[in-house]
Design a protein around this ligand. Structure first.
Ligand code: NLE
Ligand code: FE2
Length: 297
């Protein structure tokens, strides 16, 4: 369960059609009028989009493309050093552009032949059940804005860099794609809010912030680590625990800072046996039993 801060800036739409993104005062773009106007504009495109229509095309500015270029360039050597080989192989197969921000329909066209996923536009936070329900159909809700240019190395707020470089490369792996789909399908079996939150928390400590041993080194496979070249320098120094479902589903965490506790799988087989089987089989009752074991820390 997260305890502090918020992941996405709230988006509101007025009756007259104007859309506003409400950046918190700690957001690096809080005092940047041009950035705020741009966030409103990009969110408005997703608010007025509905399924079946062509994905909103965003005319990215030179500055936005520059942020994408800087982050892609900084991430490349860190991925080589720190990303799990399954992610690296998927990244090599996907071949995302590194010199400009891709449109979401281009991302879909690259991933679909590999694992069948498609990307659709989201203005910001998507309600938990809607987000996970779509994952169960291999559909990923993605934001389209970029993090503020003053802080490219880390953002708590998921932007298109996180959604596409973090999750897109991951979803180009058949094994990670299957795990993510399984989490989505699990959400459709769960009726209780506690069950849903537990599932989202296990997802947080696996597909978002998961690490895994490989040839004696601790590698990252979680999308939230792999889209942040700041966090990639730090994660190996954090407290590393073995996979533990009761803990992963009930530990308290702050979503706005580098994660101080991470859960490591011994290898991909173990990840599938523990987290994958949990996603495949969990029910409200089985989660209630796991929650009975967990000690919030
Ligand atoms: N901290 C990540 C990044 O900077 O890309 C985003 C995490 C979203 C959960
Ligand atoms: Fe994410």
């Amino acid at each position: 369960m997260f305890t502090e801060g918020q992941l996405y800036s709230p988006v509101s739409a007025d009756a007259d059609g104007s859309v506003q993104v409400h950046l918190g005062e700690n957001h690096p773009g809080f005092k940047d009028e041009a950035y705020r106007a741009r966030r409103n504009e990009i969110a408005a495109a997703a608010v007025s989009w509905s399924p079946g229509q062509p994905i909103p095309q965003i005319a990215y500015t030179d500055q936005e493309n520059e942020v994408w270029r800087i982050v892609s360039r900084e991430l490349a050597p860190k991925h080589e050093r720190h990303a799990h080989s399954e992610y690296l192989a998927a990244k090599a197969a996907l071949k995302l552009p590194t010199d400009r921000v891709p449109q979401l329909d281009e991302v879909s066209a690259l991933i679909e032949p590999l694992t069948g996923w498609s990307y659709i536009a989201a203005p910001g936070l998507v309600e938990l059940r809607q987000f996970y329900g779509a994952l169960g159909r291999r559909v990923f809700h993605s934001t389209q804005y970029l993090r503020h240019p003053s802080e490219p190395l880390y953002t708590p707020e998921p932007d298109i860099i996180h959604e596409v470089i973090g999750h897109g490369n991951q979803l180009a792996s058949p094994r990670f794609a299957r795990l993510t789909e399984a989490a989505g399908q699990a959400s459709m079996r769960l009726e209780s809010e506690e069950g849903m939150q537990f599932l989202a928390d296990v997802f947080w400590f696996s597909m978002e912030f998961g690490v895994m041993w490989e040839d004696g080194d601790l590698k990252a496979y979680g999308a939230g680590i792999l889209s942040s070249y700041g966090e990639m320098d730090e994660y190996a120094q954090m407290e590393i625990r073995p996979l533990d479902l009761p803990q992963m589903g009930s530990i308290n965490y702050d979503i706005t800072a580098y994660q101080p506790v991470l859960f490591a799988a011994q290898n991909l087989d173990e990840l599938e046996e523990v987290v994958g089987v949990f996603f495949d089989t969990c029910t409200d009752d089985s989660i209630a039993a796991l929650r009975g074991v967990g000690t919030p820390a």
